[in-house]
Design a binder for this molecule. Structure first.
Ligand SMILES: [Zn+2]
Length: 169
C-alpha cells in the first residue's frame, strides 16, 4: 500500500475592484472565525465531493471519500501567516490568502461566501458585507453607500500545490 502523502496548497484569489481599496475575509486572512469552503478531490480515486467542506483556523478537518469502493480518509488543516488582503494595486493579480496542509485529499473550487469585508476608497473603516447591504449577483459583490457605488467582481481563485512530501514512513 502506498504511504499517505501530505501536500501543501496555497489558495490565491483574484478580484477586480471598483471604489474599493482593500478586500479580505472579515477579520483578515488568518481570522479564527472565517470558514474556508471548498470541494475536495480524493487522492486515491479522484472522486470530487458534491458538497463543499468548511475549515477554520486551528481545526483538523477529517475528510472521507464518498466513493463506497474507496472510502479513503484524510484530513486538512490551515497554515496561517502566509496570506494578505487584496489591495487596489493588486487588480488582476492573484494574491495569496491561506495555505492548506492536505492529507489524502486535494482542495478545489473555493467558494467565496459572504463573510468578507472591504474598505472603500476615501474611508478608513471596513464595511462588513453581511451588514452593509452588499448584493451578490452573478459572481459580483455590489455596494451602494451614501450614493457611492462600489463593487468587487470577477471573483476568481486557484489552489496551487506548492510542496509535496512524504509525511509517514
Ligand atoms: Zn476515494
Amino acid at each position: 500500500m502506498e504511504h499517505p502523502t501530505s501536500k501543501l496548497f496555497s489558495l490565491k484569489i483574484r478580484v477586480t475592484m471598483f471604489g474599493v481599496s482593500k478586500f479580505q475575509p472579515r477579520g483578515g486572512a488568518d481570522s479564527r472565525t472565517f470558514e474556508y469552503k471548498f470541494k475536495i478531490r480524493c487522492n486515491s480515486c479522484n472522486t470530487v465531493s458534491e458538497d463543499t467542506i468548511a475549515v477554520s483556523l486551528g481545526e483538523k478537518k477529517v475528510c472521507k471519500c464518498k466513493n463506497r469502493t474507496c472510502c479513503a480518509q484524510g484530513n486538512i488543516t490551515l497554515e496561517p501567516g502566509h496570506g494578505r488582503e487584496v489591495s487596489e494595486n493588486d487588480n488582476m493579480k492573484f494574491v495569496p490568502l491561506m495555505r492548506f496542509r492536505c492529507m489524502g485529499f486535494y482542495p478545489q473550487e473555493f467558494e467565496f461566501g459572504d463573510d468578507w469585508a472591504a474598505t472603500l476608497k476615501d474611508r478608513e473603516d471596513e464595511m462588513n458585507f453581511q451588514e452593509n447591504l452588499w448584493h451578490f449577483e452573478n459572481g459580483s459583490v455590489l455596494l451602494k453607500h451614501n450614493g457611492d457605488a462600489a463593487s468587487v467582481y470577477n471573483l476568481d481563485s486557484v489552489f496551487e500545490c506548492i510542496e509535496k512530501r512524504i509525511s509517514m514512513i
